[in-house]
Design a protein around this ligand. Structure first.
Ligand code: SAM
Length: 337
């Protein structure tokens, strides 16, 4: 009820039923991806919606979201740079005055050729997903990916100062956990914000993921053993659930995202728009609210806002501490990781 009143009165903030202010919309532009990471790829023969909502609908939904206080937008997927209209989309979002942060999550492989156009269109910053610094291992993890293309994306982001450039590594026991220090060293030498992420039980390999989990504190200890005490970095606007640290003399920082060993549902500020055109109030809860159908039936902006507010109101309090009920209905690439 309070939520609805906020909309009718034109108040530009929206709170869920647990007093969390929701300011962040993550948008999956497509389920397509140019990499086939073994822990994220669809099963053989699994159907896909391909690209998400058309450009005009995306702009309308994001603009409506901005009117209720969803001021931060992240474009993700699938691989968002697989969409040919991504530069146009960024340009349109940059013109929405209420939006103060446009970010992109990408595997980087198509970034070097598009980074300049994206920046010119208004992209503020990028998160680049990279699980290894070894070309042979990159091929194994991603199916057939070319590490040098992903790294060229990192270099382009740094050269264009898409600041802060965050490098996201999903740490998996026995797969890439021997590279933690090599990644930390990147933050020593380059202005990169390296974030170590706990693998989550999402998708068909969810039981496997729990066996591969390396708790964030273990990763932090590996870095402390090498560099000594870490100094906490004051959380900024864009740090989200990451706990970040630095070492004197480092050009960048290291951060830890611990959805399993940590617990950050209490500060969750986001909802997601899936490539299938549904709103997902919580990553770890299967409930979704249809938006694509309403758009196809000609929903006006007020109705879009009502549906967005409904999604916010449906946010659950969270998952139990230290346990995530495995998410099997969708892959991260479909939800918008
Ligand atoms: N293609 C883009 C990319 O690679 O950044 C955006 C989509 S991808 C799904 C976003 C992030 O989700 C990647 O960093 C990927 O490693 C991560 N991811 C996928 N499945 C995951 C899981 N089960 N647990 C933790 N992170 C996961």
């Amino acid at each position: 009820m309070r939520l609805m009143r906020a909309v009718w009165q034109g108040v530009s903030t929206v709170r869920d039923g647990f007093e969390r202010q929701i300011t962040y919309l993550r948008v999956s532009l497509t389920e397509r991806c140019n990499l086939k990471c073994f822990y994220c790829r669809p099963a053989e023969g699994q159907s896909s919606v391909g690209d998400g909502l058309p450009l005009d609908d995306l702009i309308r939904v994001i603009r409506a979201g901005a009117r209720i206080g969803l001021r931060k937008v992240r474009l993700t997927g699938g691989e968002p740079l697989m969409r040919s209209d991504v530069v146009e989309l960024v340009g349109a979002l940059a013109e929405i005055p209420e939006i103060d942060d446009i970010a992109l999550t990408t595997n980087g492989c198509l970034l070097s050729s598009r980074a300049a156009a994206l920046k010119a269109a208004g992209l503020k910053r990028v998160n680049i997903s990279l699980d290894t610094l070894r070309a042979d291992r990159f091929r194994e993890i991603t199916g057939s990916g070319d590490w040098s293309r992903a790294w060229a994306g990192v270099e382009a982001a740094l050269a264009l100062d898409l600041h802060p450039v965050k490098l996201n590594m999903v740490v998996m026991r026995g797969v890439n956990d021997d590279e933690v220090l090599a990644f930390a060293r990147l933050a020593e030498d380059l202005p990169l914000h390296v974030r170590f992420i706990e693998i989550m039980p999402i998708g068909p390999s969810s039981a496997w993921a729990l066996d591969r989990l390396v708790p964030a504190e273990q990763i932090r200890q590996i870095i402390i053993n090498r560099y000594g005490t870490l100094q906490p970095v004051k959380p900024g606007d864009g740090s989200g659930p990451a706990r970040c640290w630095t070492v004197p003399g480092f050009a960048g920082s290291v951060g830890f995202i611990a959805p399993l060993s940590g617990y950050f549902c209490a500060s969750c500020n986001r909802i997601r728009l899936t490539a299938a055109g549904t709103l997902r109030p919580c990553l770890c809860n299967g409930e979704e609210i249809d938006l694509a159908g309403a758009l196809a039936r000609g929903a006006d902006d007020d109705e879009i806002i009502r549906i967005l507010v409904k999604a916010v109101a449906r946010k659950p309090q969270g998952h139990p501490e230290h346990t995530i009920i495995p998410v099997q209905d969708r892959l991260m690439s479909q939800i918008g990781g």
